[in-house]
Ligand binder design. Sequence first.
Ligand code: DQA
Length: 153
Amino acid sequence: STILLLNGPNLNLLGTREPAVYGATTLADVEAMCSEVAKGLGHSLEAFQSNHEGDLLDQIHAAGRRFKAGELVGVVFNPGAFTHTSVALFDAISGVKPMPVIEVHISNVHAREAFRHHSYVSPAAAGIVVGFGTDGYRLAIEGLVRKASQLAG
Ligand code: DQA
């Protein structure tokens, strides 16, 4: 079935945005790579990026309905800066349980500014991948598929 790759604010700038922190890989590169990884695991990938919190909430709600219908494996989600601000994202992910959401951060947020150390999303996440660069998305997809087979088995 389908895996949803969700990227939050400013991740459309990947590749040109602070390359020393986030690398030179573009979001299109990440989405193409994730599509290949998903395909290799027998799934298809849908990718969505938004700079708007409400759009991300709507995507999580829609994903929850598709998960319930058996059409979706789960979500790989980099919430960007909303990680550190959004009670609404925590509530949305909590509200569509048990759909698994894997939280990804390209950078090691714990080695950066103190305001990046707290995540509202993490307590609702099924797993977290932090600090592996854009490779983290691959690891997250692999981890999501393993989680899903554990849930099913
Ligand atoms: C990020 C880390 C966040 O603190 C930051 O606001 C981002 C990207 C990461 O992938 O490392 O936009 O989520």
